[in-house]
Write a protein that binds this ligand. Structure first.
Ligand SMILES: *Cc1c(COP(=O)(O)O)cnc(C)c1O
Length: 323
């Protein structure tokens, strides 16, 4: 990062940002790529590039863009979300999607876009589903966006080709700072015109950075060194799930790097305090999510399981009643 060649990326002349964008575009077979400081901004700029004021996008109830980004599409983009129920596997039933597309009528917002997420809560969406969903909405004249903040986890898990993973999407946001471990950065992929529009919105949203090459350099390193190793995170998630199941907890088995543990309401505060005291960062709730990543070692997994075990031993069976 310290040695990165830098320029002014607002003017498109930071060589390291340009290198990162070219490298990732090529990898995914996209025409263009655009570097953003965060995934939230990358998703928002994409939605704003696809949809105008009074347009609508179809999105899962549990999707990050809808639920965890303060409704930015509506607040900042004047785009109405049409949230649709997610199936437990993270998909949205195709029938639900087609039913939600509004006819061209003055009463309705114009349905412009379908946004999906992969992985969705750690679940890998099957390629057959992705191609069916994107095919159906394209046939109805909608565009498609993929929030692929954790797409590399899906790619590594399923062993699919990167270009296959994004086939059918008009824009894709991938994150360099989650599983890949860069300090900041997401990249939006798409065709030239779409990325041009997103570049304009990026500036308006405050994401035009100057000597951003120092951040892009970390992203390049992450792409070169931290993709294949995601298998270790997936193995650690399995190890954690097995360890917690073995002590009687109700654990949803992981597909990638996330596991979910059921915690009874009356145990939330106690478990939270116990884990914090044990040096384990977790936001405990009824469905507590535990995520593995490159800073969590096998040894760390052992320590976490021991902390849960100590809690169960001290508090009796309350936590394991659900297991
Ligand atoms: C984290 C995340 C984002 C947002 O990324 P930030 O860089 O934190 O803004 C978007 N979508 C998904 C699925 C995420 O996990």
């Amino acid at each position: 990062m310290a040695a990165a060649d830098v320029g002014d990326d607002v003017f498109g002349d930071d060589p390291t940002v340009n290198h990162l964008e070219a490298m990732i575009a090529e990898r995914f077979g996209a025409e263009r790529a655009l570097f953003f400081p965060t995934g939230t901004q990358s998703n928002l700029a994409a939605l704003m590039a696809h949809c105008g004021r009074g347009d609508e996008y179809l999105v899962g109830q549990n999707a990050h863009t809808y639920k965890y980004e303060q409704g930015g599409a509506a607040v900042l983009g004047s785009i109405q979300p049409q949230p649709l129920e997610n199936e437990p596997d993270g998909t949205i039933a195709i029938g639900r999607i087609t039913e939600a597309i509004k006819p061209d009528d003055v009463h309705f917002a114009r349905t412009r876009l379908l946004a999906l997420e992969n992985t969705a809560g750690g679940r890998v969406l099957p390629l057959s589903y992705l191609s069916a969903a994107t095919g159906v909405v394209h046939a109805r004249g909608l565009a498609t966006h993929l929030d692929g903040a954790r797409l590399f986890n899906a790619i590594v898990k399923s062993g699919i080709d990167e270009t296959a993973a994004v086939a059918g999407f008009d824009s894709v946001s991938v994150c360099l700072s989650k599983g890949l471990g860069a300090p900041a950065g997401s990249v939006l992929l798409g065709r030239r015109e779409l990325i041009g529009a997103a570049r304009r919105w990026r500036k308006a949203l405050g994401g035009g950075m100057r000597q951003a090459g120092i951040l892009a350099a970390a992203g390049i390193y992450a792409l070169q060194h931290h993709v294949e190793r995601l298998v270790e995170d997936h193995a650690n998630a399995l190890l954690l799930a097995d360890g917690l199941s073995a002590i009687g907890l109700a654990v949803e088995a992981p597909e990638t790097n996330m596991i979910y543990v059921a915690v009874p309401d009356d145990q939330v505060a106690g478990l939270q305090a116990h884990l914090t005291a044990a040096g384990i960062q977790a936001s405990v709730c009824a469905r507590t999510r535990l995520v593995t990543h490159l800073d969590v070692s096998r040894e760390g997994i052992r320590i976490a399981v021991e902390a849960f075990e100590a809690y169960v031993a001290a508090r009796g069976q309350a936590l394991t009643d659900l297991g």
